[in-house]
Design a protein around this ligand. Structure first.
Ligand SMILES: [Zn+2]
Ligand SMILES: [Zn+2]
Length: 185
């Protein structure tokens, strides 16, 4: 950490640092777009001032020309563009979601493999020997209602805590609900 004598010094230093960072980001952006254009993939986007004047920008993912409204953007007090996301809102959302689902899928797979003591292809339901991986669930026999069946949150927690020693069973969805219903009677 650097030392500052007064609060004013510190503010000044942060302002200078922010400006430097912004300039660097802008340089990287323009460089990236030039490279993409040279490869024949994308259109030249130009600097933020040019974009604001034109009113439209090109999405880096789908390549379509869209209005600035369709991008996530930041403005300063005067109303000038200070930051613009390279992808349009639609593409951004899609990417975000696919990433999230990929993580959930991985966490679920890891949990099932750990508590089922087998690899993905060899996992099966403990009671009916069903091998359909998408239909398998983690079942906690301690609970007597639907809480016994692990949810997205459970898989997340288990992988974050490095798979604690809990007696889980790997069952298919049908067998899990059969058990719960038989206990209710
Ligand atoms: Zn797009
Ligand atoms: Zn089963």
């Amino acid at each position: 950490m650097e030392k500052y004598h007064t609060l004013g010094d510190r503010e000044k230093a942060t302002r200078i640092r922010d400006k430097k960072l912004e300039k660097e980001q802008e340089r990287v952006r323009v460089k990236y777009h030039k490279k993409q254009t040279a490869a024949g993939k994308r259109h030249l986007v130009g600097s933020l001032k040019v974009i604001q004047k034109r009113g439209t920008s090109f999405c880096c993912d789908c390549g379509a020309e869209k209005k600035i409204k369709r991008f996530y953007a930041y403005y300063d007090d005067v109303g000038e563009l200070t930051k613009l996301f390279p992808d349009c809102k639609k593409c951004n959302r899609r990417k975000h979601r696919s990433g999230r689902f990929a993580l959930i899928r991985l966490q679920r797979k890891n949990c099932l493999e750990h508590y089922g003591h087998a690899k993905e292809g060899k996992l099966k339901c403990a009671s009916c020997k069903n091998r359909d991986f998408d239909g398998l669930v983690l079942f906690n026999p301690r609970y007597k209602n639907e809480r016994a069946i692990a949810t997205e949150r459970t898989y997340k927690k288990l992988s974050n805590y490095r798979y604690p020693e809990i007696e889980y069973k790997v069952l298919c969805g049908r067998c899990a609900y059969k058990r719960i219903n038989s206990r209710r009677k």
